[in-house]
Design a protein. Structure first.
Length: 392
């Protein structure tokens, strides 16, 4: 086990009707003038925004609204939000939605608290020294951004999707009412469940030893998500299943399942280029790419994949041949994705890519051949291209 620091300062308020406490939570943080940031019309139609606004007004908190956040949130709206907040003298950012809305709010927070172009942080040109405080009312269990230190933004010029991480952007509070996820489309629910599992896998597939406790936490989380995802495919308004998935989404990405581990994140980096180029749902893109990544790298430590198969999927261990059990684990995971009606190839995602497009994906993923990705196995541009070809 490696040395590690664990930091998870977000206050979680979990359960039914908790969105009515939003105003009080913002007041606790010293907020007086709020940007209410959200996505499309669902928050309005459901009455959620009205309930939140009433909560703000009850505490004497004024607010200004900015909707329009899209999946794979856009830099142009972030810049619009920065200018609006400066004009309106906003001192607190409230994200009402899922990971895209939260990530957009975090980026606005960086832009308000630091001089210069906010994209510089995502382009790794400089480091943030602060972030305007952010809170969230979560409506989608998926990205885990409500408790993570990360934010991912898409720049329309060149369609480049990049992430930036620092503890400055961690949400001050996260309001989580599982009932707010009842009306999510089946595809979005399934995509979110895949994202939660992959956030755990990116930490779990490591060459570290002596990580029994962290392994057990990760394995329990993945089993919980897989079991309850199947429940939600048949019963989308099952409160207990929604609650388990929502809490798992937060724990999968707040650092807990990575304590003492060397993390990987190659599948996420590979998928980011897919969703930047084609604007696909992030979880669906991960399902389409993961199996090819796993087959490309599993021989680095096949016993790790075998352990996953035994402890998460219930596959019998073949102690004479870890590689056989590892491959069975990969195949069984893909069958689980298919049970959720998720794709397991780029073709099933809806795209038949040319060699030129595959080359472009690898070129962008490698930052124009200037970086490698991955921790379980370090991947260069040629490796990335081979995985994209396998996933085709």
């Amino acid at each position: 086990m490696q040395n590690f620091q664990y930091y998870a300062p977000t206050k979680v308020v979990f359960g039914k009707d908790t969105e009515t406490e939003t105003g009080k939570l913002i007041k606790e943080q010293g907020g007086s003038r709020v940007l209410l940031h959200y996505g499309g019309s669902s928050a309005k139609k459901s009455g959620l925004l009205d309930r939140i606004c009433a909560s703000l007004e009850k505490e004497g908190i004024s607010y200004v609204c900015l909707g329009g956040v899209k999946p794979n949130p856009r830099l142009s709206l972030v810049r619009e939000g920065i200018e609006l907040c400066k004009k309106e003298k906003v001192d607190f950012l409230l994200a009402v939605g899922g990971g895209s809305v939260i990530d957009s709010a975090k980026a606005i927070g960086y832009g308000l608290a630091n001089e210069g172009d906010v994209w510089d942080f995502y382009a790794q040109k400089r480091t943030a020294s602060a972030c305007m405080p952010v809170g969230t009312v979560l409506t989608i269990a998926a990205a885990g951004s409500e408790m993570s230190n990360s934010s991912v933004i898409t720049k329309e010029e060149g369609w480049i999707k990049r992430g930036y991480s620092s503890n400055y952007c961690r949400c001050r509070f996260a309001v989580m009412n599982p009932e707010l996820t009842y009306t999510l489309p089946k595809y979005q629910t399934a995509s979110g469940c895949v994202d939660i599992i992959l956030h755990t896998m990116e930490r779990y597939f490591s060459k570290e030893s002596g990580t029994m406790l962290t392994d057990s936490l990760a394995e329990g989380l993945m089993r919980t998500v897989m079991n309850n995802a199947k429940v939600l495919m048949k019963d989308p308004q099952n409160y207990e299943a929604r609650a388990q998935i929502m809490w798992a989404g937060s724990l999968s990405h707040n650092g807990l399942t990575g304590c003492g581990m060397t993390e990987d994140w190659a599948s996420h980096q590979l998928e980011h280029e897919l969703s930047a180029m084609f604007d696909v749902a992030h979880g669906a893109g991960l399902a389409a790419i993961w199996g090819s990544w796993a087959r490309y790298v599993y021989m680095e430590k096949p016993e790790r994949f075998a352990q996953y198969g035994v402890n998460v999927l219930g596959i019998p261990m073949d102690c004479s041949n870890f590689a056989r059990t590892a491959l069975q684990s990969i195949e069984e995971t893909e069958r689980f994705f298919q049970a959720l009606e998720m794709p397991i190839s780029i073709h099933e995602l809806g795209y038949d890519l040319t060699e030129e497009q595959l080359q472009e994906l690898a070129f962008k993923c490698s930052n124009e051949d200037k970086r490698t990705i991955g921790g379980f196995r370090v991947l260069n541009r040629e490796d990335m291209l081979k995985i994209y070809r396998m996933a085709k």
